[in-house]
Ligand binder design. Structure first.
Ligand code: KG4
Ligand code: ZN
Length: 366
């Protein structure tokens, strides 16, 4: 049965909407009949629209919640209308509305959630609230889910270790399959993306700093400075990045001049990036070994980082693991991944809810 989902994402500074159609009961493949990955939706992305607020926030050097909320209010209706138009559908043709419920900035989340609730009230379409982190978790599997009966997601994938690295989170998740997952490690302070952004600020680079730092890092020597690898040898799967950020700051303060030549800046960025990549990839690999994983996935804004993608790909290959990086267009925040999560939730038996039962939750856990 084909179902149409309108997904809405407003957790931080992107206003996004997407329309998906999904077949919740595709013909079971022989593997599925044997009981592997029983419930996989077959999805098709009909439209995906993202209105970024980078221009607004880069002037301020970071996301200003008040400004983000105001921009969401301005953009949400045109973004949703344009997603429907591209999908050649009217609101009446939809079956479900799936907004991001959390985690994120409460004033941003509230715009998407309240807009979805109003649509739901007016059209009687039920809601599927989505945890933003689930969107990131499933984004590496989007291509597989777009194929018939989730081809490519049947054998040699699960258990899988997911590394989710964004501006707000750094997480390792053990996935038994698409429906059964558990967070096994998190950052105890700054997220990896946040650390990139803060280092960028030290060099007065524009927000968001991650892409800027990684561009400079490409030209530098990753071995120039031996920055600390926080918690690398700790026996758990947690991360800590605030000490690394401070180490970069102390290094800068120790230099005789405040006007860093480009090659010195590139070396610092490359050495910093190397420390982040080292910790992230080595802990991910250790988790994969301990939990007997068959694959590793990578998602979130920082998953766009080339050094990180390459290192994890090589490590996976050398250890006989499949590697699923999120496609580049799904690394940053988007509504497509929220729609994919809604389809997976439905396929797993989730019962959509009434608008009366939903409110945004900035600390929502997975
Ligand atoms: O997932 P995302 O778009 O938003 C959150 O949910 O937080 O992640 C944004 C984060 C920012 O911190 C940004 O600097 C970082 O991802 N980022 C990068 C790169 N591209 C984006 N960090 C390092 N290297 C990149 N190429
Ligand atoms: Zn995100």
């Amino acid at each position: 049965m084909m179902q149409k989902i309108l997904a809405i994402e407003t957790s931080c500074d992107e206003t996004a909407a997407a329309v998906l159609s999904c077949n919740l009961s595709p013909n079971p493949s022989p593997h599925q009949q044997r009981g592997t990955n029983k419930k996989l939706p077959e999805i098709k992305i009909l439209s995906a629209v993202v209105k970024s607020q980078i221009k607004i926030h880069s002037k301020m050097g970071g996301v200003v919640p008040e400004a983000a909320a105001r921009a969401h209010i301005r953009y949400i209706r045109p973004v949703v209308e344009s997603a429907l138009k591209i999908a050649k559908l009217k609101i009446e043709n939809l079956d479900y509305i799936a907004p991001t419920q959390g985690p994120g900035l409460i004033v941003s989340l509230a715009v998407g959630v309240e807009f979805a609730k109003a649509l739901s009230l007016a059209t009687k379409k039920p809601l599927i609230p989505i945890n933003h982190m689930l969107g990131h978790l499933y984004s590496p599997f989007s291509t597989s889910l777009s194929r018939k009966t989730g081809e490519g997601l049947r054998e040699g994938v699960f258990p899988s270790i997911a590394l989710i690295v964004s501006g707000g989170h750094t997480m390792l998740v053990l996935m038994k399959d698409l429906h059964n997952y558990k967070v096994i490690g998190e950052t105890v302070d700054d997220a990896a993306g946040e650390c990139f952004d803060k280092v960028a600020k030290m060099f007065k680079l524009p927000y968001p700093g991650g892409p800027e730092v990684s561009k400079l890092a490409e030209k530098g020597d990753p071995k120039a400075i031996n920055f600390p690898r926080p918690m690398l040898t700790h026996k758990n799967y947690n991360f800590s990045f605030s000490g690394l950020k401070t180490a970069v700051l102390y290094h800068l303060q120790s230099l005789p001049t405040k006007r860093y030549p480009l090659n010195a800046t590139s070396d610092i960025c490359a050495s910093f990036q190397e420390a982040v990549v080292d910790v992230l990839t080595q802990k991910t690999l250790r988790a994969a070994k301990e939990f007997g994983a068959k694959s590793i996935s990578l998602s979130g804004g920082v998953a766009a980082n080339r050094a990180l993608r390459q290192r994890l790909e090589i490590m996976s290959k050398n250890n006989g693991l499949k590697f699923f990086p999120a496609p580049l267009h799904l690394t940053g925040d988007n509504a497509e991944m929220i729609g994919i999560a809604a389809a997976v939730k439905l396929a797993g038996g989730f019962k959509p809810i009434s608008y009366k039962k939903l409110s945004a939750d900035s600390n929502l856990q997975i």
